[in-house]
Design a protein around this ligand. Structure first.
Ligand SMILES: [Zn+2]
Length: 493
């Protein structure tokens, strides 16, 4: 996903936006292409004889955090109370503090009434008093960075147990990832204190920004998720659904999920009609409003059924056994590991547009191969845009000349704090220019070798947080590849 305000992108002439997703503006493309220049899809396709071998996927971090997350949904669907138990085994010595992020307090949700407030914290069973810092939050409102003091250092390979209790208030009308609507449907993701650790590096303290886009990062963790909801509600979660049990109060049900290794959690609760279908071995669960949606579950499933095999051809097996898709108002698409929030979109756009493929491509780029979305947003957004176009044979839209505003030109690798200075240019600067750059590098390197290098990049960086230097390492041997990434400002070396 990511966000740029729709009107802003239209005004910038960068493309059009369906909620969060910038998609190519083909009119702009044709206009900027020299007359008479036909752009045809790249003829070379990978084949068994030309594709170098790709290493097996890296395994999840054996010492990854273990997170038990319990939500209790308010009867009015406007808030949830939560308890998070985290067991953290750092790969390097940690002293002084543990850093958690409270992303519902970023401006995009806080300005629409959303919040995450931490009430109690304990470390190793002893109460701790957290210090909450704004870090790009809204003045006078809860901040986005939570320092939990550590009495004793935690040595590498040793564990520390933290319990945090908190409340999340849903935003209304923001199109963001923590929200509720008049029909009593709610959806919330990144809605817990996120341990902000990056293996091999330390804490991710990027400032939140007032741009519709992610800025969070998280290593993968082993998840046990409970959601207590009113008895009549449907609940969509993250990971594998386990049998429900009775809730703690009359007319409540405890919904349970488990995931082996994910970097975020998405939940939707309310009057959703659930439909399942197994696609490419993935159990896809689609929830649409009981009150109707522009496109029914079958329309969404048909497009997902088309896109998953196309993406798998280039990027390998779909990374999750379950995919939870919730259709919500006010947005277009936001990706989470094994879960997507799609906006309520007309059938024509679901069937022929780029939105479905873009979010599915994020299952490889952001979900499987993670990134710090505040520091390196292009590692997921440029790749999702590129991946969808590649899978759908729409690379022609990215092969012609591209006009980019000076602020965004050759700044593909800029962090979200840069784009916050001119959010209008985020879409063209990262999504569009980034995909353009990747297709240019692919053409120079030779598509088959480039595609194999990207598979290698995915394999080596699966289940971790990648950095631009990791991509650089994967394509270093290919002619013109690193030079192209450098020319567009995606890598600095
Ligand atoms: Zn995206």
């Amino acid at each position: 996903m990511s966000g740029v305000a729709a009107a802003a992108v239209v005004a910038a002439g960068a493309g059009f936006l369906i909620g969060y997703e910038v998609v190519p503006d083909r009119a702009t493309d044709s206009a900027s292409r020299p007359a008479g220049t036909a752009v045809s899809p790249t003829p070379e396709r990978p084949s068994a004889s030309t594709v170098p071998s790709v290493p097996p996927l890296a395994r999840p971090w054996p010492d990854r955090p273990v997170v038990r997350l319990s939500y209790d949904v308010a009867a009015d669907h406007r808030s949830v109370s939560g308890v998070e138990d985290v067991t953290f085994t750092p790969d390097r010595k940690v002293c002084g503090r543990l850093v958690f992020r409270a992303w519902p307090n970023k401006p995009g949700t806080a300005l629409f009434g959303g919040s995450l407030t931490i009430h109690r914290v304990s470390v190793g069973g002893r109460p701790a008093r957290p210090a909450v810092h704004s870090a790009g939050g809204v003045p006078g409102r809860p901040g986005t960075l939570v320092d939990v003091p550590l009495r004793d250092c935690v040595a590498a390979g040793h564990s520390v147990a933290v319990r945090l209790s908190f409340d999340v208030v849903m935003a209304t009308g923001s199109g963001e990832r923590v929200g509720t609507n008049r029909d009593g449907e709610m959806w919330f993701a990144s809605a817990f204190p996120v341990l902000a650790w990056e293996r091999g590096h330390g804490w991710m303290t990027d400032s939140a920004v007032d741009v519709f886009g992610e800025s969070d990062g998280s290593e993968e963790f082993k998840l046990a998720l409970d959601v207590v909801a009113p008895g009549q509600d449907s609940v969509l979660g993250t990971g594998r659904a386990l049998p429900t049990t009775e809730g703690p109060r009359p007319d409540t049900v405890r919904h349970r999920f488990a995931a082996d290794s994910v970097r975020n959690v998405a939940v939707a609760v309310g009057g959703y009609r659930l439909t399942d279908r197994v696609i490419s071995g993935v159990r896809v669960h689609v929830g649409v409003s009981d009150n109707g949606a522009k496109t029914g579950a079958q329309g969404w499933l048909a497009k997902i059924e088309l896109e998953i095999p196309r993406l798998e051809r280039y990027f390998g097996r779909f990374p999750y056994d379950d995919l939870w898709v919730t259709v919500i108002p006010d947005t277009t698409g936001i990706e989470f590991p094994g879960a997507i929030f799609y906006g309520d979109t007309p059938p024509s756009e679901v069937g022929t547009g780029d939105l479905v493929g873009h979010e599915l491509a994020h299952m490889w780029f952001y979900s499987l191969v993670g990134d710090d979305q505040g520091r390196d947003p292009w590692l997921d957004e440029a790749f999702a845009q590129y991946g969808q176009a590649l899978a759908d044979g729409r690379e022609g839209g990215y092969l012609g000349p591209l006009t980019v505003p000076p602020f965004a030109q050759n700044r593909v690798g800029a962090p979200m704090t840069y784009w916050a200075r001119d959010p209008n240019d985020y879409g063209i600067g990262v999504y569009r220019q980034g995909a353009h750059m990747l297709f240019e590098a692919r053409t120079k390197a030779g598509p088959a070798r480039w595609d194999a290098a990207i598979r290698t990049y995915i394999a080596r960086n699966a289940h971790r947080i990648a950095r631009p230097s990791d991509l650089e390492a994967a394509v270093r041997q290919l002619p013109g590849a690193v030079e192209t990434l450098r020319a567009y400002g995606a890598v600095r070396s």
